[in-house]
Every structure is written in structure tokens, then in C-alpha cells.
Design a protein around this ligand. Structure first.
Ligand SMILES: Nc1ncnc2c1ncn2[C@@H]1O[C@H](COP(=O)(O)OP(=O)(O)OP(=O)(O)O)[C@@H](O)[C@H]1O
Ligand SMILES: O=P(O)(O)OC[C@H]1O[C@H](OP(=O)(O)OP(=O)(O)O)[C@H](O)[C@@H]1O
Ligand SMILES: O=C(O)c1cccnc1
Length: 495
């Protein structure tokens, strides 16, 4: 099997849960397969107890949809699936239908690198029920992971306050694809480089790194190891100083720095990978400064995350560059985003849309019905609120009220005439044709930085952030309530 990004550019149509195929079969058999439907992909809660989420993964979704086709081998595999009584799971005529199935959906989505909030759609899929259903699992798989890691990376970069964060995660990432996708998402979230050379080749992410303890201990002495490294990489010398005695390691780095200088070269810096990083970085800084190396960088690594980095910052640690692996690429403290994909409307025989809600005991879990979109309002370049609204609803430019989807007593009046606005769901596919030019990864990364800049710092606080206002436009709120009450009938869910 190919394990590169080509994986997404080839046919992955069977990368789905079995129940999507059994439902597709049952839709087909019941004659509903072609009925037009709208599904939305959204999440209910920010990861990491944060105040924002950074969308990522759309590039892979586009590749997936472009290659959405059941090929001979897929159909042969499905034909071989048997029920308990040895009869085929899927009848031949359905497999014939799948063989001729072409992707014809409309997809609207927030662009990668957009800051997003709970309950608002990241992706809206509109098309025949069967196709919409078959997209559920792969879309969730792609978006859940990359969005999670991009968000984690953004948090880590916020903690680093603009200093470079090097992503070192490959060795502890969740498998091969997890590592590659994580490196990509980490770059979107603001990391400056990856140690993963294949991610560099596939995505054009800058590749960077230092050296390991094994290099040092393969020599008789640390000094010899540094000299040999400087000989091989006179222009890119970062010395790992903590193998034996960190401060002695710094002194050895200085000695080799002086040798390099005598040859017209400058050492880049040192890396500390153990012990009290505040203490050792401060001591190392003193030694380097006193020896005439004020520009030598101090790189820190060792199980870092946004909280440890923030703590080290508050301790005034003398660290200039942060190497972060495990806790970034595995999203250590929250291993899944939990985005869902829900049906929100279905087209009736008379051509009208029938809005749908899935009723739950908790309002939090009741989806937003209808064909809706999201508008972000800005003033002076700062995002002030997001409004989820029915696309065919006229919005009064003078005054709209948005209502919190979970607590209807929380409301906000907005005066759109005074704001700039951006419709967040952008057309990506129309009737199966791609209408969106995918930006480069660097453009996505820049968008992420601009989006984070547009967000007030109170929403970016790592702990107990201020909630950004996201609400339902009044008419959408009323429609949702009406549908919930209708669905619950007399039994009002108090059992
Ligand atoms: N000054 C500091 N403030 C807060 N956290 C720190 C500080 N210095 C180091 N840390 C963090 O504390 C943890 C230390 O873990 P651990 O005890 O495994 O490290 P260690 O002493 O370097 O051991 P090892 O040599 O096995 O890596 C790491 O997550 C590290 O990033
Ligand atoms: O801590 P992370 O954020 O995952 O960053 C990557 C780590 O991987 C390397 O060492 P490794 O952990 O393999 O060995 P070591 O801890 O014994 O140095 C490196 O020295 C970092 O400590
Ligand atoms: O280049 C490094 O310093 C590096 C790479 C991978 C993991 N830890 C460190």
C-alpha cells in the first residue's frame, strides 16, 4: 500500500464504516437513494478546554471527493461480502449502481486555517442521500484529526509568543498517516518546521533538526562529538548539551563555537532536553553571553506542551526555540475532536426543503436544522460574532438578534450595517465539479495567522477563555424550537 499523500489522491471509497454501505444499499432499495439531502459537519465543544478551534483538512477532503469512485476491486470485494446464510450482502444490481455512481454533490466549507466555533458547520454537503451518507465517515476522519492538531499547534504557538516551534513528533505519532497529517496540521497551526522529512517532501514544509544523545555517546567525549558535528555542519551547529552535565556541555559548546568562529562560522545554538529547563536555560544564557555568544539560540525540548511553555515563559526561562513532539502530534490531553455529521434537511417531492432535527434530551445535542450558513461580523479587523442563519432568510441589515443555541436567554443584538462580514462556507464543489482553487499550504498557514490575529486575546487564553459569541439568527432559532417541540409531542423528555 502506498503511504504517502498519494493515498488520498487515489480511490479511497471503501474508507468508510460498513453501516454507511448498508444504509446506502437500503436507501437504494427503498427508492430514496437519489433524494436530495443536506448534511453538516460540526463539533460541539472546543478541544483542550480552549476558546477557539482552527479548521484544517479540507485539502484532503477535496482529493477524496475528486476520487470518489467505486472501482473494479472495490466492487469485487463488496460482491464477496456474505450474510450469515451465505447469501450476498449486496445484490448485483446495487453493485452495478455503485459502479456507475459519479460524485455529484455540492460541498461548501470553511477554508483551511479559519477559526471556527461550536455548532457552526465546517462543511455542508448537499446531494443525493446515498452520496451524502457515504461521505460521513471519511470527512469526519480527515477533519477531526487535522483540525484537532492544527488547534493544538496554534495553542502551543500562542504560548511560545511568536518564537519558533519545531515539530518533532514523528517517532511518537499515531502511525504513518497520523504523523504526516499531524506535521501538515502543525504547520498550519504555526509551527515553523517539521523533523519529518517525508512531510517536507510531500507538503513543502521546512525540515529542521539538531542531533540526538546517541551522537554524543558514540564518541569518547562530548567535546569530540561536538567538534565532529561542527566539522560536518559548520553552518547549522546546534549542540545537544545535556548528555552528561548540562552546564559543562554548554562550556564544551562554547569551546567548539570559538573554533568555528576562528574559521569564520557561527554556531547556531544549543539544545537542552532534560532537567529544569528554566534553571539550565538561564545559566546557559549567562555562560554564552559571557563567552561572547549573545546570538546563540537556546532550544528546549522534553515533553513540552502549551502549559509547560507558558509556565517556562512566566519563569522567564531564557529559551528562544521550542522543540515539541509527542504532546502536539498526539493531541495528548484530548485525543479526538468529536466533530459529528448530521442530516439537517431533505428535499420533498414538491421541491421544498423539509428541515430536520435529531431530538435529544440535551439541547446541546440537538442539531441545527435547514440549509444554513455562517456569517462572521468584524469591526476594525476584529471578529465580534458569528451568526448561523437560514440561507434563504433575508437578514435586516439594521438589526439582527443572535441567540445562543444552548441557552436561549443569552442573546446579542448586532447591527450588520456597521460591520464588515464574511460568509464562512465557501463553494468547493458544485454538482460534483470542483469550483475552488486550493491555496498553497503557506497561504493556509498565513490565513490561520490572520484569523488568530482577528480574534480577541481573551478568546485565545489557554485556560478559562472568554466565550466568543456564536448564535442562531432569530428565525432559525424559532424554527429549531418548533421542530424540537413537534418531535417531542406530549412526551417532553422529562423521564
Ligand atoms: N522549569 C520548569 N517548569 C515547568 N516544567 C518544567 C520545567 N523544567 C522542565 N519541565 C518539564 O518537566 C518535565 C520533566 O520531566 P522528567 O522528570 O521526565 O524530565 P527529566 O528530569 O529531564 O528526565 P529525563 O532525563 O528522563 O528526560 C518535562 O515535561 C519538562 O518539559
Ligand atoms: O519530548 P517530545 O515533545 O516528544 O520531543 C521529542 C523528543 O524526542 C527526542 O528524544 P526521545 O524522547 O526519543 O529520547 P530522550 O527523551 O531519551 O531524549 C528529543 O530529544 C525530544 O526529547
Ligand atoms: O532534531 C531534533 O532535535 C529532534 C528530532 C526528533 C525528535 N527529537 C528531536
Amino acid at each position: 500500500m502506498k503511504i504517502t499523500k498519494d493515498l488520498y489522491q487515489s480511490n479511497l471509497v471503501l474508507l468508510t464504516d460498513f453501516y454507511q454501505l448498508t444504509m446506502a444499499y437500503a436507501y437504494w432499495k427503498s427508492g430514496k437513494g437519489e433524494q436530495e439531502a443536506v448534511f453538516n459537519l460540526f463539533f460541539r465543544k472546543h478541544p483542550f478546554q480552549g476558546g477557539f478551534t482552527l479548521a484544517a483538512g479540507l485539502d484532503y477532503v477535496v482529493d477524496f471527493c475528486k476520487n470518489f469512485k467505486f472501482e473494479k476491486g472495490d466492487l469485487e470485494y463488496l460482491a464477496g461480502m456474505k450474510n450469515k446464510d451465505k447469501s450476498p450482502v449486496f445484490e448485483q444490481a446495487f453493485l452495478e449502481y455503485l459502479k456507475n455512481l459519479a460524485f455529484t454533490c455540492d460541498i461548501d466549507a470553511v477554508e483551511e486555517g479559519t477559526v471556527v466555533f461550536p455548532n457552526a458547520p465546517l462543511i455542508r454537503v448537499r446531494g443525493p442521500l446515498i452520496q451524502c451518507q457515504l461521505l460521513e465517515t471519511p470527512l469526519l476522519n480527515i477533519i477531526n484529526f487535522q483540525t484537532l492538531i492544527a488547534t493544538k499547534a496554534a495553542r502551543i504557538n500562542i504560548a511560545a509568543q511568536g518564537e519558533p516551534v519545531l515539530e518533532f513528533g514523528l517517532r511518537r505519532a499515531q502511525g504513518i498517516d497520523g504523523a504526516l497529517a499531524a506535521s501538515r496540521a502543525a504547520y498550519i497551526g504555526g509551527c515553523t518546521s517539521t523533523s519529518n522529512v517525508m512531510a517536507g517532501k510531500l507538503f513543502g514544509i521546512p525540515v529542521a533538526g539538531t542531533h540526538a544523545h546517541s551522537w554524543i555517546i558514540s564518541f569518547e567525549t562530548e567535546l569530540e562529538a561536538f567538534v565532529a558535528y561542527a566539522d560536518a555542519f559548520p553552518d547549522q551547529c546546534v549542540f545537544l548539551v545535556d548528555t552528561y552535565d548540562t552546564l559543562n556541555g554548554v562550556k564544551n559548546a562554547i569551546k567548539v563555537g570559538e573554533i568555528l568562529r576562528s574559521k569564520g562560522k557561527e554556531m547556531v545554538g544549543i539544545r537542552i532536553d532534560s532537567g529544569d529547563l528554566a534553571y539550565f536555560s538561564t545559566k546557559a544564557r549567562q555562560l554564552l553571553d559571557e563567552a561572547g555568544f549573545p546570538d546563540a539560540k537556546i532550544i528546549a525540548s522534553n515533553d513540552l506542551d502549551e502549559h509547560i511553555i507558558a509556565s517556562l515563559k512566566s519563569q522567564e526561562a531564557d529559551i528562544n526555540v521550542w522543540g515539541v513532539g509527542t504532546k502536539l502530534v498526539t493531541a495528548y490531553d484530548q485525543p479526538a475532536l468529536g466533530a459529528v455529521y448530521k442530516l439537517s434537511a431533505i428535499r420533498m417531492a414538491d421541491g421544498t426543503w423539509d428541515p430536520k432535527v435529531k431530538v435529544s434530551q440535551q439541547l446541546l445535542k440537538i442539531n441545527i436544522p435547514g440549509v444554513h450558513n455562517v456569517k462572521r461580523y468584524f469591526t476594525k479587523g476584529k471578529a465580534i460574532a458569528d451568526m448561523i442563519y437560514l440561507e434563504d432568510q433575508d437578514i435586516d441589515p439594521k438589526s439582527v438578534v443572535i441567540i445562543d443555541p444552548i441557552d436561549a436567554t443569552r442573546r446579542k443584538r448586532l447591527m450588520p450595517v456597521y460591520y464588515q462580514e464574511e460568509v464562512l462556507l465557501k463553494p468547493i464543489f458544485k454538482k460534483g465539479e470542483k469550483v475552488y482553487d486550493l491555496p498553497t499550504l503557506d497561504a493556509v498557514r498565513n490565513r490561520a495567522a490572520e484569523q488568530l490575529e482577528s480574534l480577541d486575546k481573551t478568546h485565545k487564553r489557554l485556560v478559562n477563555p472568554h466565550l466568543y459569541p456564536v448564535g442562531l439568527e432569530e428565525n432559525l432559532h424559532h424554527l429549531r424550537m418548533e421542530l424540537v417541540l413537534k418531535a417531542k409531542k406530549f412526551d417532553n423528555g422529562m423521564d
